[in-house]
Design a binder for this molecule. Structure first.
Ligand code: SF4
Ligand code: SF4
Length: 189
């Protein structure tokens, strides 16, 4: 199999406001045979007492991934395409440092495997030119994998941003979040 077909022109765009909470993405992710039937995408309620609005969280594939930086076993690696891979099963010691360090709350410790697992942007698919499973099943367009030109045509009133500010920390990511047109960053309090 050719693993060098990652299309560098295609990117992941998440439009939280379009998420309708159907969990089709979670179901599709859990069907992946490489995940051990665990979903590595997570749908969350914003404030269930007052709204039905949901959000959806994938790994943001940070330029400088703190999950990898804090891993004492060197189990997490970032490749030349900017994909931050899930823990190497041979190396991960299940310490949960990455779980605690990730600013987006992405990695989960799977107790039954004593292993951290997280989204790899469906590397088994994207590395051979296919789209991530979640993006192919999302009915509302909350998850989109394609080119910048395509997303600009589809969402003329939105701007994709990939700079996030957590206090004094600035985190740049490979994955984009759709924000109102003209936005340059998302400040997270
Ligand atoms: S498939 Fe799309 S709309 Fe449904 S829960 Fe996932 S992100 Fe939200
Ligand atoms: S979002 Fe979290 S798990 Fe994903 S690369 Fe960044 S620090 Fe690592």
């Amino acid at each position: 199999m050719n693993y060098t077909s990652f299309n560098k022109n295609e990117e992941f765009f998440v439009d939280m406001q379009r998420c309708i909470g159907c969990k089709a993405c979670e179901m599709a992710c859990a069907e992946c045979e490489t995940n051990g039937q665990e979903s590595l995408i997570h749908v969350n309620y914003v404030d269930r007492a007052s709204t039905v609005q949901t959000t959806v969280q994938v790994c943001m594939h940070c330029d400088d991934p703190v999950c990898a930086n804090v891993c004492p076993a060197d189990a997490i690696s970032k490749d030349e395409n900017g994909i931050v891979h899930t823990a190497n099963t041979e190396r991960c010691i299940g310490c949960s440092n990455c779980v605690l360090a990730c600013p987006f709350g992405v990695p989960k410790k799977e107790e039954s495997y004593d292993l951290m697992m997280k989204c790899t942007m469906c590397y088994d698919r994207t590395s051979i030119g296919k789209k991530p499973m979640c993006a192919t099943v999302c009915p509302s367009g909350a998850l989109f994998f394609g080119t910048r030109t395509e997303i600009e045509e589809m969402r003329p009133n939105s701007t994709p941003i990939n700079t996030f500010i957590f206090g004094k920390e600035i985190v740049n990511t490979k994955v984009n979040i759709m924000m109102p047109k003209g936005s340059t960053e998302l400040i997270i309090y």
